[in-house]
Write a protein that binds this ligand. Structure first.
Ligand code: HEC
Ligand code: HEC
Length: 591
């Protein structure tokens, strides 16, 4: 028995020591000699020599490193980190010492340094803002609102514009056109000067790169076919995977092409990079553990801004790209240094290095960032959730509709409530704690929904894998709301807390998770449903999951309580003053 105890103790210690490195971002030094890799679940950044792969040092960050950039002389490394306590850390790349830290907004990411090294741009993801920071003083010169959850950015070669990638669509989901966009910031005026619209259904935008000649920008994303009922997966009927191209001379959208083949999807495009000589465009497929090496010259011979059918053409890349299976799992960001393509492989804790001198049959090796680690059950669940390789013909992963385990801001007619009444995708945070699941409550619990998701959207998986997905989803933690002030309710939100009671919101949005787990008719039926009683949703992290109501008709909480509650069926809001509504909104957005 004692031996058993010792073994248990030993194995739990061994498990505790296991750190997953989960590399996500890579920055290449301007001289091409060094690589910096964010190891997101280890709270470290590795500095490596690019040719030998030798580890120079590791930088430690107080929380997940979310983005990396180098000064033009490669002497300074900028790391974004933190959530509500977002900050930029500045390190000396020769001594490894920390030089400075600047405070910034909520969940900073995607730092970009200007050519003169004087300005640092970054995206404060959950403030939906881009900060412009003076690198000398660390002061924020401007903070500019963009559309929604900016995740990546790139400066045009002349430095005149910053192209900002909005991760998700903003606005109501029952509109005719729903897509994420690119916000263009004029760096002289520090204002949004333009917006590039993408094809209907574009979402889950991940990364951007600009060709070495400065003429084109490329953005990787999912292209959802949300207008169709999800009756089949074949031919990209549900989700396709794409790259959108922008003409930077004319500053216009150029066209979008698909990365999928007719009978083989390229799920979850993530990192994107072009080679210095302009010949290659590389795009990683995070869901199928592959990279596409596209002949960029041939691509531009074929790609025309006038062909409206290109975004639907599943054979567009035939003959002009090579799909390369990678040695690891979960490829994310990538960079090209000369003839080497480096890819961060999140789930195998290493980098893939592809030799681009022969793109017909590239040699791919692995550069480990630490010892090989077994995945525990939660990690395996996370992996499976992001994995599209077990999906029928690899069209999608759970992440395709639930990016960051939350929402794609789209409505889907997923046929669990008849046909012709699409439902807004639900966040999976707290799904296991708040049965029943789906807005109509047609599934008893999240376990049932997870297995339905696997069966209807993917393929078959052993029960042990479904259990792993459950464990992963159960381990999710809510992100603190950007509406909190020093982690507390603001004065307005405190007043709103009282209004929440006065308007009887807490009758149904009760308990720790703000739901009594029942179904009610709150006057939101459209007339198409079999039943107009809906499951009371949790309000935790609701600041993050607009649009609202089962058909995503409401862009804001204010609209839920005003134009969509004309008869006081959904709490008593009719007689509330404008100030009360403001305070109530602020409170709900703080949960
Ligand atoms: C095609 C898009 C799509 C894909 C792919 C998808 N989901 Fe969903 N999921 C949805 C939508 C839409 C809803 C909300 C349905 C409703 O309310 O009727 C949902 C709801 C859920 C729920 C219930 C949440 C709740 O609290 O009610 C769970 C759990 C879930 N999905 C898990 C998964 C898993 C696991 C996968 C991958 C195996 C997956 N989903 C793949 C669109 C998708
Ligand atoms: C009678 C029960 C009940 C009361 C009272 C109630 N709610 Fe709800 N609430 C629901 C139900 C049911 C839904 C789902 C409706 C739908 O999707 O069409 C919902 C949805 C919401 C949503 C949208 C959530 C999402 O994810 O789309 C918000 C926000 C919300 N309620 C806030 C409030 C506020 C604020 C009050 C008080 C003014 C309130 N509710 C009062 C039952 C209730």
């Amino acid at each position: 028995m004692l031996l058993g105890l010792v073994i248990t103790l030993y194995s739990s210690l061994a498990l505790a020591k296991e750190v997953y490195r989960s590399p996500s971002h890579i920055a290449l030094s301007n001289d091409g000699k060094q690589l910096f890799v964010s190891e997101t679940t280890a709270n470290t950044v590795a500095q490596l020599r690019s040719v030998s792969g030798k580890l120079v040092r590791r930088y430690t960050t107080p929380s997940e490193p979310t983005g990396l950039a180098l000064s033009p002389d490669d002497k300074k490394l900028y790391i974004t980190t933190g959530v509500s306590n977002g900050q930029v850390l500045v390190f000396d790349t020769q001594s490894g010492k920390k030089i400075a830290s600047y405070k910034t907004g909520h969940s900073p990411t995607a730092p970009v340094v200007s050519a003169d090294g004087k300005t640092l741009y970054l995206c404060n993801r959950f403030n939906h803002k881009v900060a412009i920071i003076d690198t000398e003083s660390g002061k924020t010169r401007a903070s500019i609102s963009v559309k929604r959850e900016p995740l990546a950015a790139a400066l045009t070669l002349d430095g005149a514009h910053l192209l900002v990638v909005n991760h998700l669509p903003a606005g109501a989901a029952n509109a005719g056109y729903v897509a994420a966009s690119i916000s263009i910031i004029d760096t002289k005026t520090s204002k949004v000067s333009n917006e590039f619209k993408l094809p209907n259904g574009s979402n889950g935008l991940q990364d951007i790169c600009i060709s070495a000649d400065g003429k084109y920008a490329y953005v990787s994303h999912v292209l959802a076919r949300y207008q169709l009922p999800t009756t089949q997966l074949e031919r990209g009927w549900v989700n396709t995977n794409a790259v959108s191209v922008f003409d930077l001379n004319k500053m216009t959208f150029y066209n979008t092409f698909l990365l999928d083949d007719i009978d083989l999807g390229a799920p979850n495009p993530w990192g994107i990079a072009t080679s210095e000589n302009g010949k290659i465009l590389a795009v990683t497929h995070a869901g199928s553990h592959e990279v596409s090496l596209i002949d960029r010259v041939a691509l531009h011979k074929k790609l025309s801004p006038d062909n409206e059918e290109t975004p639907n053409d599943l054979s567009f890349l035939v003959g002009i790209r090579k799909r390369v299976k990678l040695p690891g799992l979960g490829p994310r960001h990538c960079v090209i240094a000369g003839q080497q393509l480096y890819i961060a492989q999140f789930f195998s804790n290493d980098l893939a290095v592809a030799d681009l001198s022969n793109t017909d049959d590239p040699v791919v090796s692995t550069l480990p960032l630490g010892p090989v680690q077994q995945m525990d059950i939660t990690r395996r669940g996370r992996f499976l959730f992001n994995d599209g390789s077990f999906c029928f013909q690899q069209w999608q992963s759970c992440t395709s509709c639930h990016p960051s385990e939350r929402i794609d801001a789209l409505n889907w007619d997923i046929l669990n409530d008849g046909i012709g009444n699409p439902k807004n995708t639900k966040s999976l945070l707290l799904a296991h704690k708040t049965p029943p699941t789906t807005v109509t409550g047609c599934r008893a619990n999240a376990e049932t929904s997870v297995r339905a998701g696997i069966r209807f959207f993917m393929a078959v998986l052993p029960e042990s894998d479904a259990v792993a997905i459950d464990e992963f989803l159960k381990s999710m933690k809510a992100v603190p709301s950007p509406h909190l002030v020093n982690n507390q309710l603001s004065v307005s939100a405190l007043r709103g807390k009282a209004v929440f009671k006065k308007a009887r919101c807490n009758k149904c949005h009760a308990g720790d998770y703000y739901t009594d787990l029942n179904l009610y008719d709150v006057g939101t039926g459209t007339g198409r449903e079999i039943d107009t009683k809906f499951d009371v949703p949790t309000l935790i992290e609701i600041w993050r999951s607009s649009p609202y109501l089962h058909d995503g008709r409401s862009q804001s909480i204010r609209e839920v309580m005003t134009i969509h509650n004309p008869n006081d069926d959904h709490g008593y809001t009719k007689n509330l003053s404008g100030d009360d509504i403001d305070d109530l909104t602020e409170y709900v957005l703080s949960l």
